[in-house]
Design a protein around this ligand. Sequence first.
Ligand SMILES: [Zn+2]
Length: 232
Amino acid sequence: MTDQVPDNCTILSESYPIWDYSGSGFFSPEEWLDCGLESWSSACWRGYVAQYLVENDQLYLTGLGELKPTDELAFQRARSRLPFLSSSGPPESLRVSVRASGTITIGSFSSWLSIPANPDVIALEFREGILVTPLESILPTLGRWHDERKQQQLEAEAVRLQDLERQRQRDEDRAALARSLLLLSKPILALHPNAVEGSWLNGVCPYCNESGSLRVCKGALVLCRTCYFKRW
Ligand SMILES: [Zn+2]
């Protein structure tokens, strides 16, 4: 089974994957719905991905993804209590206060598929939906995570720019090669004024310098069989 896409929690404008829950009142089909949810992907076998937001010390549920209830009637009953529930995904502006009591453990790891052996985590404790963990106690760790993310973004951007530069260089080399092949092909073609596209001539390949049959391609290039099949 593929790992479940993690729930996430946004605090101080940054979103972190949720590593663990304890306590009660957080979203779960068992607690909130009168039915189960069908899996809609191998990476979401639970059938939902919960998104939370902590703002002004209050916990909100801001997303669940598309829900496929196992029992439509039971789901409609749950909707009469929780009208924001929708099988086509929660509305864009979903923001439901959650009166949960317990702990949400968030982590700094960026991918659920590569959780470090000793993950760096923060436990956020809530009482009736109010954050009781003092912000001052978690700010240093959140600050470090923020800096680490920034660093990763900068590194990823540097790699992207390097790739672009390499691609540009490759394109330039190709264009230069095409220009030089055109020049080298000209005198060979001049010797065969009636050569048509796709015909074969005898001569020295301007690309690899092997002599043998050369193919006329693109109306202006001649290449040996090997270079022709390798390059065009
Ligand atoms: Zn060749």
